[in-house]
Design a protein around this ligand. Structure first.
Ligand SMILES: [Fe+2]
Ligand SMILES: [Fe+2]
Length: 318
């Protein structure tokens, strides 16, 4: 049935989330990849680097429980969301479920490489226990913070070949696959948040999400650093050698954390939205033969917010 241009415009408006700049043609799809069969051949699978290996191992330990938490937070707001967002939440859940599954396998392989992960697992469980009694909207606030941190790190991991160029093949594929899907669904929980808080003032929204970002980024960095130090200690690397080696890796070279400080901080800016930067051009790099696929981004896929707002009149949102 032809509903005419007027009705069509109305149905698009009803389907959209106010303040969202998620691309209309974004496709979120679970690639459902399996990496579980591949054991870790080299204990320091990150090119023989104990610091890089410890950092990514510590991150991986936090993923299964963390991603289950993200899924729950988004699921609670699925009912009543516009149809497009509901579809995106479903696709987001599918992707995160597979990520958890594959990282669980990866974590078992870490244990098989003779690492004791029980203290780190317990620390993640303790954090989850503390969050349990918070209101749903605060869970969602926490989730948008962690999803932003993940997406920023994911983009850096794919954009900069220095991070994974020496990693063992199977582990590199796992991490880049995960990173590509994190970019793809980076706006889903944020749009869910915008929709759930649509009656709030910008200040109310900014205040809550900023409070959570400050707390969560501090807690997350502290706990993952503790986890990395635990791994390093199990390899006999302790004291200043462990701290300097780890800080140099994380902040300087290749510097996955140091290089993402500014994009992380953009979360606090007025008008922030994860899709203010359209970095979908990174996804094929992770999907294809990684090094062979390095290319400059095509001009027309990098659309900054200012440019997109010239076409769509959007109110600023926190
Ligand atoms: Fe994920
Ligand atoms: Fe995610």
């Amino acid at each position: 049935m032809d509903i005419g241009p007027h009705k069509q415009a109305e149905s698009v408006a009803a389907d959209s989330v106010k303040g969202s700049v998620t691309p209309d043609d974004l496709l979120i799809q679970s690639r459902n990849r399996h990496f579980g069969g591949q054991e870790i051949e080299n204990r320091w699978w990150m090119g023989g680097n104990p610091y890089g290996t410890a950092m990514y191992n510590a991150l991986s330990i936090s993923f299964p429980k963390g991603e289950a938490f993200f899924i729950e937070s988004a699921r609670k707001f699925q009912d009543g969301a516009p149809e497009k967002l509901r579809r995106e939440i479903r696709a987001f859940i599918q992707q995160e479920v597979v990520h958890s599954r594959e990282h669980l396998c990866f974590n078992r392989h870490i244990e098989a490489a003779n690492y004791d992960t029980s203290r780190m697992e317990q620390s993640v469980t303790d954090v989850m226990e503390r969050l349990k009694d918070m209101p749903d909207i605060e869970h969602l606030a926490g989730t948008i913070c962690l999803e932003h941190m993940t997406a920023v790190l994911a983009a850096e991991m794919i954009r900069n070949p220095a991070h994974f160029k020496d990693a063992d093949e199977e582990q590199r594929k796992l991490w880049l696959w995960h990173a590509s899907e994190e970019i793809e669904h980076k706006g889903v929980t944020y749009d869910t948040w915008l929709h759930a808080t649509r009656d709030w003032t910008r200040w109310q929204r900014w205040k809550l999400k900023s409070k959570f970002m400050a707390r969560i980024s501090y807690g997350f960095l502290k706990n993952r650093t503790k986890g990395a130090m635990d791994f390093l200690q199990q390899d006999g690397i302790t004291g200043p050698r462990a701290w300097f080696g780890f800080a140099y890796y994380a902040l300087v070279a290749p510097g996955p954390i140091g290089r993402t400080i500014w994009p992380m901080l953009k979360f606090f800016l007025p008008g922030f939205h994860p899709w203010n930067v359209d970095d979908r051009y990174l996804i094929p790099r992770a999907e294809s033969e990684y090094e062979a696929a390095i290319m400059d981004p095509p001009e027309d896929t990098v659309t900054e917010i200012g440019e997109r707002r010239q076409h769509v009149r959007l109110k600023k949102v926190a």
